[in-house]
Design a protein around this ligand. Structure first.
Ligand SMILES: Cc1cc2nc3c(=O)[nH]c(=O)nc-3n(C[C@H](O)[C@H](O)[C@H](O)COP(=O)(O)OP(=O)(O)OC[C@H]3O[C@@H](n4cnc5c(N)ncnc54)[C@H](O)[C@@H]3O)c2cc1C
Ligand code: FES
Length: 262
C-alpha cells in the first residue's frame, strides 16, 4: 500500500507571476501558491484555466520561496515543451490563471532509512535537473555535488553553487564533453539521487547496485488523476506494481524493474 504522502494536497487557481524562456524548448513559470509548503521531489498537476486539454500535467517543483513561517510562497516550475499540454503552458502570459494541485507524491529523502553520513550526488539529465535543483536549494552548501547532463546548451543552473557543479553536454558546447555518468564515481557518495531519462536511470541504478551505494530515482509516468485513483501510472517493482503518483515519484532504484524495451 502506498503512503499518502500527498494527503495535504490542495487545489488553487493561481495567476502566472513570471514567465522566462530558458532555451527554445525550455521555459520557467512562477506562481504565488497559498497552499501547503512543497518539498523538493514533490510535484503539482498544472492545468490552465482556459485549456483544451482535459487533464492537468504533472510537473516537479523546481524552486520554492516561502512567504513566511507557515503555508504559502512562490513556486517555480521548469518545463520542456513536449505535446499539447506543455505547449499550452508555454503559451501562457503573465496574469493568466492556472489550476495548481499539490504538493503531490513523496520527496527526496522520504525513503532513506539511515542518516546521511557523507556527501550526496544529485544527478539530473535534461529536464530531470528540475527536482534535483530544488533539492540543492534545500541542502546546506558543501553537502552535495550536482551533476547535470544535457544534449546541448544547459539550463536551470543559475541558482546552483558553481563550485559544486559538474556539467556535461553531449555535443561539447558547454562543460565537459560526453554523458554525465562518465564523470560520476558513485562510490564517493553516501547516496545518489537522480532524475532524468529512464535509460540513464537504469545505467545509474546498475552501477550503484554493483557498488552498494544507495540510489533513489524520480520516475516519470503519464498521469491522469495524480492522486492514486486511476492506476494509470504503474511502476513495476520487486514488491509488485506501484503507483508513481502516490508511492513515488521517488523510488529505491534497486527495487525498480525497468522496461527492457523503453
Ligand atoms: C512526477 C513527474 C514530474 C514531472 N516533472 C516535470 C518537470 O519538472 N518538467 C517537465 O518539463 N516535465 C515534467 N514531467 C513530464 C511532464 O509531465 C510531461 O512532459 C507532460 O505531461 C507531457 O504532456 P504533453 O501534453 O505536453 O505531452 P503528451 O505526451 O502529448 O501528453 C501526455 C499526456 O497524455 C495523457 N496520457 C497519455 N497516455 C496516458 C495514459 N496511459 N494514461 C493516462 N493519461 C495518458 C496524459 O494526460 C499525459 O499527461 C514530469 C512527469 C512526472 C510524472
Ligand atoms: S495518476 Fe492516477 S493513480 Fe497515478
Amino acid at each position: 500500500m502506498g503512503i499518502p504522502w500527498g494527503s495535504s494536497k490542495k487545489s488553487f487557481l493561481c495567476r502566472l507571476n513570471r514567465y522566462e524562456a530558458l532555451t527554445a524548448e525550455v521555459f520557467q513559470l512562477e506562481f504565488t501558491w497559498p497552499g501547503p509548503r512543497p518539498r523538493a521531489g514533490q510535484f503539482f498537476m498544472l492545468k490552465p484555466q482556459r485549456s483544451s486539454v482535459f487533464l492537468g500535467r504533472p510537473i516537479s517543483m523546481a524552486r520554492w520561496k516561502p512567504a513566511g513561517q507557515g503555508d504559502g510562497g512562490v513556486v517555480a516550475f521548469t518545463i520542456a515543451k513536449r505535446g499539447k499540454g506543455t505547449q499550452e503552458l508555454a503559451a501562457l502570459r503573465c496574469g493568466e490563471a492556472v489550476e495548481l494541485t499539490g504538493p503531490l507524491g513523496n520527496y527526496w529523502g522520504a525513503l532513506d532509512e539511515e542518516p546521511l553520513q557523507g556527501p550526496l550526488a544529485l544527478v539530473g539529465g535534461g529536464i530531470g535537473i528540475a527536482p534535483c535543483a530544488a533539492l540543492a536549494e534545500e541542502l546546506p552548501g558543501g553537502t552535495f555535488d550536482f551533476y547535470g547532463g544535457f544534449k546541448s546548451l544547459p539550463f536551470g543552473l543559475e541558482r546552483l553553487p558553481p563550485h559544486a557543479c559538474i556539467i556535461a553536454t553531449e555535443d561539447g558546447s558547454y562543460g565537459r564533453k560526453g554523458r554525465i555518468l562518465d564523470f560520476l564515481e558513485p562510490a564517493r557518495y553516501c547516496r545518489v539521487y537522480a532524475c532524468g531519462p529512464e535509460p540513464m536511470l537504469k545505467a545509474l541504478a546498475d552501477r550503484c547496485k554493483a557498488l552498494k551505494v544507495p540510489c533513489f530515482i524520480s520516475l516519470e509516468r503519464h498521469m491522469a488523476c495524480g492522486v492514486g485513483a486511476c492506476l494509470g501510472c504503474t511502476v513495476s517493482t520487486l514488491q509488485g506494481n506501484r503507483r508513481c503518483c502516490v508511492d513515488g515519484p521517488i523510488f529505491r532504484a534497486q527495487e525498480v524493474l525497468f522496461d527492457p524495451y523503453p
